[in-house]
Ligand binder design. Sequence first.
Ligand code: CP
Length: 303
Amino acid sequence: MKNKSFVSIDDFTKEEIIEILDMAEEFEKQPIRDLLRNRVIATLFFEPSTRTRLSFESAINKLGGKIIGFADASISSVTKGESLHDTIRMVSSYSDLIVMRHQLEGSARYASEISSVPIINAGDGTNQHPTQTMLDLYSIRKTQGTLDNLNIFMVGDLKYGRTVHSLMMAMSRWNTTFNFISPEELKMPDENKIYLENLGLKYYEHSDFTDIISRADIIYMTRVQKERFSDPIEYEKVKNVYVLKNSMLANTKPNMRILHPLPRVNEISTDVDSSSKAYYFEQALNGVFTRQAILCKVLGIEL
Ligand code: CP
């Protein structure tokens, strides 16, 4: 897949995903390698980010690459009215690869059709966040020892949460049982459920999970995405509907792990942080190793 953009999790075969996870394991053992020397990577963040941008930039630095770009589009010529088309056309002539986050669904695919260099989608609106999914898969495999036959609880904003959309598509390849827990207003979109139905996979929808929490192998908590609501009153209604507390973990499986793409707001109480079942900060660290592997894979660089 040399010089192929990574826009959707479906751009990778199951075998390619495993190759990337295996490569990330090697980076975890030895993160400093001179594999991106003389390469210029552009990071274009039209939407705010802490983890995705900084873990990509850490990954690039550890591999000896150079970074250009912006963390805030208001300091770019977008403010003068420059189109995404022209921005991508220009930046692709200055760089070997572009990592892009943008607020519009489909923007990464559009950029990949214009760009002369590969595009890595760092999140396009409510659509997909495939590099987050790679670090989620890495974290799940590392903690569970397998990706096969797991029971995954996805909790919170399943409508706007791009991380759960990508993760659902990816995990559908490993015979996963999905439990979707959300308020009525934030249910998993029909198109995603149809995706599972077409594969003959089971999913269950719930409005509460306290009675079934003992079945979970992974609880994937998500933030209610305030920035996607047009009506602040609607956000206020659902913002604190799920708060995971340490007292709720008593009857969970010993090896169950709690993931969250972060940032969290209130959906995981800080009293969970000291639990051996809390894995979200380690999960974010795994982003450096998996993004090192993704950069190399997309550029066709072997270890
Ligand atoms: N998980 C994630 O995308 O975090 P950031 O928004 O901080 O990049």
